[in-house]
Design a protein around this ligand. Structure first.
Ligand code: PEP
Length: 254
């Protein structure tokens, strides 16, 4: 945690969830009571097909909604893509950009990711920008070098704590059940904080840095208590409302 920063837990459903999954969203919305919402911001990022109905269902609740990706342009001949403006039109407030699965499966470079983050800002969305080293980069001892490059190139100039959230997701920890030790997470988040502060000054000091990669109810309290961990980006465990709520509950009594 970082003093004076409200943490945020975001659930990334990835390409999971048809309409019956909305039952979980409704349970989640019900579980984020006023007391919990006071301690932590909770966001769910369903597939684009469920975005509008998700925001409609969570209206008048503390649960917020985000998308998983956007195109950098506002409209045009880009079959299959959706723009940040379309996401905003669905009444969502956040958008994940640069997730490692997009970087790998769709060849998205830091340059693409920065363009998407700027598109989020243009549309009035908060960009959740993902960074993280691969297993090979970790083994080669180049994690910090990779993160520094991603911060320099994927996080555009002008980012502030109001329009940008950083999600540190070591690629080797995503969906694998493996997580770095709390000591390692502390060290790498301190490094990210330093880089953000160097690039963005006070805004970098106040920007939320989420940890992502195999966060579950059983390890959440330990990870979320680490210095400079200002919340979590949760994949697999976000599909069940009870699991995501159990992760958020780590904040109720702190
Ligand atoms: C993710 O994909 O952002 C993620 C963190 O996944 P998981 O929690 O399943 O490792």
């Amino acid at each position: 945690m970082t003093p004076d920063i409200t943490p945020l837990v975001a659930g990334n459903w990835k390409m999971n969830g048809e309409r019956d999954q909305l039952d979980q969203l409704a349970l989640l919305a019900r579980g984020v009571d006023a007391d919990l919402a006071d301690k932590v911001d909770v966001v769910v990022c369903p597939p684009a097909t469920l975005l509008y109905v998700a925001t409609t269902l969570s209206e008048d609740t503390a649960l917020e909604v985000g998308a998983q990706d956007c195109h950098n342009e506002s409209k045009g001949a880009h079959t299959g893509d959706i723009s940040a403006e379309m996401i905003k039109d669905c009444m969502a407030e956040y958008c994940i950009v640069g997730h490692s699965e997009r970087r790998t499966d769709h060849g998205e470079s830091d340059y693409h990711v920065a363009g998407k983050a700027q598109a989020c800002w243009r549309a009035g969305l908060v960009a959740i920008i993902c960074i993280g080293e691969t297993e090979a980069e970790y083994d080669a001892g180049s994690a910090e070098q990779v993160l520094k490059r991603q911060i320099m190139q994927s996080v555009p100039e002008g980012a502030t704590e109001d329009d940008t959230i950083i999600a540190y997701e070591p690629v080797w920890a995503i969906g694998t059940g493996k997580t770095p030790s709390p000591e390692d997470i502390e060290e790498i988040h301190a490094f990210i904080r330093e880089e953000l502060a160097t690039k963005f000054g006070g805004h970098g000091e106040r920007m939320r840095i989420l940890y992502g990669g195999s966060v579950k109810p059983t390890n959440a309290s330990e990870i979320l208590a680490v210095n400079n961990v200002d919340g979590a980006l949760v994949g697999g465990a976000s599909l069940k409302a009870a699991d995501l709520l159990a992760i958020c509950e780590s904040y109720r009594h702190v």
